[in-house]
Design a protein around this ligand. Sequence first.
Ligand code: AHR
Length: 647
Amino acid sequence: MKKLLTTWLGILSVSGFAGLPTFTIDAGQPLGKVSPKLYGLMTEEINHSYDGGLYAELIQNRAFLDNAATPVHWSVVNDESSAASIALDSVNPFNDQLAISLRLTVAQADKKHGAGVANDGYWGIPVQPKTSYRASILARAEADFSGPVTVSLVSEDGRTVYATGNISKLTKAWKKFELILKTGKVAPTTQARLVITLDRPGTVWFGMVSLFPPTWNDQPNGFRKDLMQMLVDLNPKFLRFPGGNYVEGDTVETRFEWKKTIGPIEERHGHPCPWGYRSTDGLGLLEFLKWCEAMRAEPVLAVYAGYSLKGAHVNPGADLEPFVQEALEEIEYVMGDQHTKWGAQRVKDGHPAPFRLNYVEIGNEDWFDKSKSYDGRFAQFHDAIKAKYPQLKTISTIGDDQPKASWVKSRKPDMIDGHYYRSAEEFLRMSPGYAKGYDRNGPEIFVGEWAAYETSFPPWDKLSQKEPPTPNLTAAIGDSVFMAAMERNSDLIKMQCYAPLLVNVNPGGRQWRPNMVGYDALSAYGSPSYYAFQMFSRNVGDEILSTASVETSIQGSATRDSRTGDIFIKLVNPQANAVPLNIQINGVASLASKGSAITLAGNPDDSNSITQPKNVIPLATTTRGVKPDFTYTLPPHSIVVLKLKAR
Ligand code: AHR
């Protein structure tokens, strides 16, 4: 964030400036408590969020399971003096989970003319200077070939070898080989491949080929560092996972079956994700939990609840019982101690300490279930969870965005989850009145998915594919008025998270827009929505102050930190002109004359991208002349957070 000592914004320290639009704040009597978990993140496998995204694996189709007909993303490497062929092979696989291997047959090769196979990664393999890449390869060979096999990071045109190493002593039996590929002083690029070659004729089978760059905290099977840093910087208090549609799957069989996502990666078969590609399950249940740990956020665990996207549902009663047990065991894996069956499994998987868990979400968007079985399914899960874990709070997926008549009735959920994908205009219209008439004694509210879009069509429309993957400033303004509304009502709106979080911006990489954070193999950037969220989540007190906008379209919210006296004022100017705003803070004796401001502003169409990652970013400035009644000029199309100190 840029620090500027002075700003063009120009504070007018004029008291009682009659006729100006006014934003009043009552600091005398707080309205209620800000939920300490208000700001969090939501995630699922969509847009290559994990494979080709946060999960740092660089080899696409590492276990040859992505396509039963052909080894997609793998190609033959040879020259005019060498010859090789590759094929999928189901004979003598590594294990039942990796039931296919890749057979490489080199018919002709020598030391100068190697032949083999290459992987093109997730839209290229990123190469950074002076970096160690960890390769691990499951391989076996025909009796007359024991190696060496050369493993290299090579430019796409084959002319530059960035790093290289060998494996040898291959046998007829499967073995796991590990090696480090270390680059020198090279220019960063995404235009590289992993190339595996032989220097003489032979046949080799590969069961899995994996390559990791350095990961966040050096965690094996870990996360991409730059992306994790961006998520940590959002200061999230929770992570809702694994969906979204991903928890449901298209069918019961392709749901997120958590037990198949734990243990060594060689024992994870992966599964088709509902967004049109296959998930390796490399980022499985334990990795989700470690992700929470990395961000110091708590898990909000969504369990499969017997409804899948293509319409199948499991009847409540005996049919549903195995799925209820599956969820109870999942909860035990998360929070059970070493004396429980699944807690012990987690210990065996390398995480002795139980994870903190408070919320379990039962399904996802179950109002889609035309059989109307959700009430019964919810009740069965809710009762079983409460019987074993009375301290856990259950979340119903029919939330405040749905007609009240459709809400779960047979039980009182602790919390209900509403999803708000709305145009920026719609958010501007609805936010002033959002949650105003809600029953404060009803269930707590989770806004488990929301985002503003700037287009005339919604995210799921095919036309979205023609738009940039991440939103512009107009959308961030829509986001911000809705976030202000949620903050004003955060005595009731206990948690909220934008969705989707992540997108691989390469052609074919995504299924949805807008998304908060974009990336390719090498770089990542935050959209204006990312920065707006960060401004909100990092500047919030624990007390809600009452606010009113008088004669103005400016929307906002105010909170106070009861320990420090800091007042955080969030203001959103959707207009094309600068607005001198009279800010009146009642109920404070005085304010420090110097405060700080963070401003996100620009042209409404401005956005960020891989090539222009910092086009729209927040500016931090010092504000002077602050008093209980002062004027602050908001730039056109702006989101401003003021931090003032009450004395
Ligand atoms: O965020 C994208 C999708 O929108 C989620 O998977 C689903 O819950 C919602 O419909």
